[in-house]
Design a protein around this ligand. Structure first.
Ligand SMILES: Nc1nc2c(c(=O)[nH]1)N[C@H]1C(S)=C(S)[C@@H](COP(=O)(O)OP(=O)(O)OC[C@H]3O[C@@H](n4cnc5c(=O)[nH]c(N)nc54)[C@H](O)[C@@H]3O)O[C@H]1N2
Ligand SMILES: Nc1nc2c(c(=O)[nH]1)N[C@H]1C(S)=C(S)[C@@H](COP(=O)(O)OP(=O)(O)OC[C@H]3O[C@@H](n4cnc5c(=O)[nH]c(N)nc54)[C@H](O)[C@@H]3O)O[C@H]1N2
Ligand code: SF4
Ligand SMILES: [Mo]
Length: 734
């Protein structure tokens, strides 16, 4: 399982590049000292090791918690786990800081002041649960359970969601759909009949040509992909990166295409034009599995590299050359489908173009392309069925036809309009809606309409400040959770178990759910004594040893063929049963059957488009108070092209403010004058500039991309909301 030493070094190089050349690889293991935590490596003491899976982000790597003399000491990768392969990313390693974080919620709270004034009194769990149940019962009695909505992120919500569904709740959504991977899943479902889910079935490990469009691996730290990317670079695979910014990935690339923001579909169409016109595509794959190739080929005839050059601000020769390079390595060429694909609002069609380009390369079920995942059967628990509702869900009031999960912005809209019926309570689990939904003013206005807002969180994030009742959750190192059953090469199952006890009066999600089910008068939906009993049932019923799972942290499924060449079967769950180069479904609904390029709004004169992405040592806005990770990056910077900075009279390293097209002004943020970004855009890492004073160590540190995101477009196919539609001017701090 262990990768050779060279790639470990490469992995570190790639991650280190973003926090500066001076950062030695060793600095990736944060060494912030805690009076009650840090112990020198090799020191004596009783050491216990407990395997569990990480949730510092949603990649869920298997790790091992080390407890020394009863205290959390360190968190490392579990070598038996296929996602981590024994190595965690910076944030995973820094999870120790999440346990000791002094800014976390410590006790249940009930609001005493005006909503949003952040005045709370600490209460007991009994009082908090009684309050929550009484208020939920009131909303249900007056409006029906459909008027209660659940917003969520992460696996910890499992039993809270279950209890609420049993209670009659039907409106459930996660910003990690319509604000993240939704357009990608729609683009692929329309083309191949399969949304890609997580982890994606990408054979980066064996690819000979990796194309990254935006997708900033190395800053985006999805562990397995970053490891495989590092290995691919080590093997000498060609990397082609398309990004207006010279990302870490771009620095590892043979071709960097510094595209004009928002014009990727034009590039994709031109690439396909070259590959089809020059006959470089996989003719056998297209003939056997393609639907509507002729009309598709006719449609893209006009999209020459010369046409695209004008749209994208790239050289036509570079477009042609990079297309040929991709074709040269096929089928072991992989055009990465992306993850947060919510960029401009027409995103499903851009990703559909990515899906089509991959189809031309014939990499579906082929080594170095998309492999065929296998799953793992783990017995379900025999729960009673959920009640049926007579009402329709309210999360998609505009009726986006290809939305196949709940739309968080749709529930917000329904809350604001009271249509199709009023939404009167929000239960918010591990999602900071104020930061993660576009235009926070709409979110705050919707909150005004509520009779009840319940926040279940680890931290006093912005959304928690608006809650009526706050339920502090134990963090992932301190709790049992649902099993994580993965698809993969082969499938595998991970267990989460407590490494340490919660430091204060925090409780795990399942415990909160069980108490809530009792208070709501539906204890029959949680018929087990505790989580241990539940997990044991599922594991033993599936024929595995529970003791072994607790010891190893993972159960492996049976390997099955993952490539066509070695016996994997492929099938396409589309209307034609084939890969849809031409989509009748889209045409019927009034959309383009083959993606078209829509030129992006150039924005006001003199303003720059604000782009955003990730920093390797933080996860969105959820890690800024973690002392270990804050030590690596306490605030974000705004990247501005060196020449632009000079023209504006702005100095590198000095504080500036950003003002958006609607007059919203950001916090002060440090200027990073750099050649590594185009002059027509600026860039900031998302998740900083917290406005909740209760997040003491992160309050007002850096600037928030969300506060500036007052205008957004909505994907007409599935309701995804755009993030890259803010324009700003930059000025010296007043
Ligand atoms: N402007 C802008 N908006 C974006 C993005 C962007 O880049 N820019 N990115 C989008 C993307 S890709 C996504 S996936 C979404 C994600 O957006 P969200 O779903 O909001 O996810 P997070 O930011 O991780 O959620 C943070 C909340 O979870 C809490 N939390 C952390 N751990 C736990 C836990 O163990 N239990 C509980 N109960 N709570 C916990 C934190 O304290 C915090 O309040 O945002 C999207 N929105
Ligand atoms: N360290 C860390 N890793 C994470 C996360 C985290 O919070 N922290 N979050 C995880 C989550 S939930 C997600 S969804 C993923 C998101 O990660 P990705 O899917 O990789 O990234 P995006 O946020 O879509 O894209 C950001 C990149 O796109 C570039 N870009 C901006 N506009 C354009 C454009 O018009 N065209 C092109 N070609 N490029 C453009 C930006 O310069 C930046 O490099 O990361 C995951 N990994
Ligand atoms: S990628 Fe990093 S933060 Fe995410 S689960 Fe893996 S180790 Fe944890
Ligand atoms: Mo995401």
């Amino acid at each position: 399982m262990h990768a050779p030493k060279i790639s470990r070094r490469r992995f570190l190089q790639i991650t280190a590049a973003t926090f500066g050349a001076a950062t030695a690889a060793g600095a990736l293991v944060p060494r912030v000292a805690f009076a009650d935590a840090a112990a020198p490596v090799g020191a004596a003491g009783k050491i216990e090791t407990i395997p569990t899976y990480c949730e510092m982000c949603f990649w869920r790597c298997g790790g091992i918690g080390y407890v020394r003399d009863g205290k959390l000491w360190k968190f490392e990768g579990n070598p038996l786990d296929p996602a981590s392969r024994g190595r965690l990313c910076t944030r995973g390693t820094g999870a120790v800081g999440a346990h000791y974080d002094p800014d976390r919620l410590q006790k249940p709270l009930i609001r005493v002041g005006k909503r949003g004034a952040e005045e709370f009194k600490a209460v007991t769990w009994d009082e908090a649960m009684a309050f929550t149940a009484e208020r939920l019962n009131k909303v249900r009695a007056e409006h029906g359970a459909e008027s209660i909505a659940l917003f969520k992120h992460g696996i910890g919500v499992r039993f809270i969601e279950h209890v609420l569904k049993h209670y009659g709740v039907i409106n459930i959504a996660a910003p990690s759909y319509a604000q993240c991977r939704g357009p990608r899943d729609t683009g692929f479902t329309l083309t191949y009949g399969l949304g890609l889910g997580s982890p994606e079935p990408l054979d980066i490990a064996n690819t000979n040509c990796l194309v990254l469009i935006g997708q900033h691996l190395g800053e985006n730290m999805h562990n397995t992909q970053v490891q495989e990317f590092a290995d691919a670079v080590g093997r000498g695979a060609t990397v082609i990166t398309v990004d207006p910014r010279f990302s870490v990935a771009a620095s590892k690339s043979k071709y960097w295409l510094p595209i004009r923001p928002g014009t990727d579909t034009a590039l994709l169409l031109a690439w396909m034009n070259v590959i089809v016109n020059e006959g470089l595509y996989d003719k056998a794959f297209v003939a056997e599995h393609g639907h509507g190739f002729e009309p598709f080929a006719a449609e893209i005839k006009r999209y020459t590299p010369e046409w695209a050059a004008k749209e994208t601000d790239l050289d036509a020769s570079l477009i042609r050359e990079s297309a040929r390079e991709m074709a040269k390595h096929r089928p072991a060429t992989l055009v990465h489908p992306g993850r947060r694909t919510t960029w401009y609002g027409n995103d499903s069609q851009r990703v559909r173009a990515i899906a089509l380009l991959n189809a031309l390369l014939g990499n579906w079920g082929r080594k170095g392309g998309f492999y065929m995942q296998s799953g793992m059967k783990i017995a379900p628990y025999p729960f009673p069925p959920y009640p049926k509702s007579a009402k329709e869900k309210a999360d998609n009031p505009k009726g986006y036809p290809f939305a196949d999960e709940g739309l968080a912005t749709g529930i917000r809209e329904a809350t604001l309009s009271a249509k199709p019926y009023p939404i009167k309570a929000w239960v918010v689990y591990s999602t900071n809606l104020v930061q993660s939904l576009p235009n926070d003013r709409e979110t705050l206005a919707a909150i005004e309409k509520l009779d009840l807002l319940v926040a279940i969180d680890t931290h006093p994030s912005e959304i928690v400040g608006y809650a009526d009742v706050v339920l502090p959750e134990a963090n992932f190192l301190e709790r049992l959770d649902e099993l994580n059953v993965n698809w993969g090469k082969p499938g595998w199952t991970q267990i989460r178990q407590p490494v340490v006890q919660p430091p204060h009066d925090q409780q795990p999600g399942w415990w909160i759910a069980k108490r809530l089910s009792e208070r709501l008068g539906i204890p029959e939906c949680m018929p087990f004594k505790d989580m241990d009993e539940y997990l044991r049932y599922r594991v033993e019923k599936s024929g595995f040893s529970y003791a072994q799972l607790k010891k190893d942290g993972v159960l492996m499924g049976k390997p099955a063929p993952i490539y066509i060449d070695t016996g994997a079967e492929i099938a396409f769950d589309t209307p034609s049963g084939k890969v849809e180069f031409w989509s009748e479904q889209l045409k019927e609904k009034g959309f383009d059957p083959v993606p078209k390029h829509v030129a992006p709004d150039p924005g006001p004169k003199g303003a720059f488009r604000l782009l955003t992405g990730r920093a390797p040592m933080h996860t969105f806005g959820r890690t800024q108070t973690n002392p270990n990770l804050r030590a690596l990056m306490a605030e974000n910077e705004v990247w501005v092209n060196t020449r632009v900075a000079k023209d504006l009279g702005l100095e590198n390293g000095k504080y500036v403010t950003l003002k958006n097209q609607d007059g919203v002004v950001s916090n002060r943020v440090k200027l990073r004058a750099t050649e590594r970004i185009r002059p027509d855009c600026v860039y900031m890492v998302h998740g900083f500039g917290h406005t909740s004073p209760m997040l003491k160590s992160a309050y007002q540190r850096g600037a928030s991309t969300s506060r500036l995101l007052t205008r957004y477009n909505t994907d007409p196919l599935m309701g995804g909301t755009s993030v890259h539609t803010t324009f700003v001017t930059v000025s010296r701090e007043a």
